[in-house]
Design a binder for this molecule. Structure first.
Ligand code: SAM
Ligand code: GLN
Length: 277
């Protein structure tokens, strides 16, 4: 079979199995199996595929039909137009978190402080997507990233190295804000775990069965880590920006008196900027 035929047959097959974006996912998986870019599939439509490549491709299709996230199957996810290596030790970077990074960049560039003195702490760095994007788009800032999972931290370091920003980010393993000790920063940024524990069982199987629960579980109301950010964060920074979940905005307004809440691109309240001064 050639590329065109394989793509058509696979799209049909994935559609029948209720995969949401069958054509796109067929292309991503075939690009990964062939080592071609997605665009190159189109310019090589007539190319015949070897048995070896087809077998490799079929394995990835079987994984996807068991609801494994496509980012884990191909081993990467784009975020802020950068490529991040991911596996099931880290949360797959989400589009809404790009807004958190964009707003953080706005805070830095509109600050009175010279960018070259700016110190940022990223709490619960996971794949490192927030820290690394900030380091790429704001080359003068210095970043400290914390993470409790040693395996996630290894992936964050690998991504930092790949993007050549390892000298700009200090990675610290430990519990939430603790690794920061008494250090002060100009901005604290975090996408903490914020799903209420009982809601985890109701998430899509792609998330529930494959993503690390340590990255999702925010305690009984999903607010455990958010409370820590609001209560203990001010010891480290006068400005704290973080992502939160559906329906949590009112609780956050009560916890933090000087807060600005921003909506994501779907119109859902998603980002909080807390000021302590
Ligand atoms: N920053 C990444 C992103 O935006 O894609 C990952 C965010 S994920 C929602 C939360 C991260 O916090 C996970 O990597 C998880 O392992 C980490 N985490 C959970 N509990 C933690 C703790 N007590 N201390 C530090 N990190 C923690
Ligand atoms: N946005 C993620 C989800 O809904 C949750 C990430 C988080 O807890 N910070 O799957």
């Amino acid at each position: 079979m050639n590329i065109k035929e394989v793509l058509a047959a696979t799209s049909d097959y994935l559609r029948k199995h209720e995969i949401e974006s069958p054509s796109l996912e067929s292309e991503i998986l075939l690009a990964s199996a062939t080592g071609l870019k997605r665009i190159e599939l189109y310019t090589n439509f007539e190319r015949e595929l070897s048995r070896e490549i087809l077998d490799k491709f079929k394995v990835t299709i079987r994984r996807r039909l068991k609801n494994e996230p496509i980012s884990y199957i191909v081993g990467n996810q784009a975020f802020m137009s950068l490529d991040f290596f991911v596996d099931n030790n880290v949360l797959v970077p989400r589009p809404e978190t790009e807004l958190l990074v964009e707003k953080s960049i706005d805070i830095v560039t509109s600050s009175k402080l010279p960018v070259s003195n700016f110190q940022i702490a990223d709490i619960g760095t996971g794949s490192g997507c927030i820290s690394i994007s900030l380091a790429k788009y704001l080359p003068a800032v210095m970043i400290t990233a914390t993470e409790s999972s040693p395996r996630a931290l290894d992936i964050a370091k690998k991504n930092a190295k790949h993007h050549q920003v390892e000298s700009k980010i200090e990675f610290l393993q430990g519990d939430f804000l603790e690794p920061l000790k008494d250090k002060k920063f100009d901005l604290l940024v975090s996408n903490p775990p914020y799903i209420p524990t009982k809601d985890i069982e109701t998430l899509m199987p792609d998330v529930r069965n494959f993503e690390p629960h340590q990255a999702l579980n925010g305690g009984p109301e999903g607010l455990d880590f958010i409370r820590k950010l609001i209560t203990d964060g001010p010891k480290h920074s006068d400005t704290i920006i973080f992502e939160f979940g559906f329906g949590q905005a009112d609780a956050i307004r009560k916890l933090c008196l000087n807060v600005k809440i921003l909506k994501d691109y779907s119109g859902i309240e998603r980002i909080a900027i807390c000021k302590n001064k």
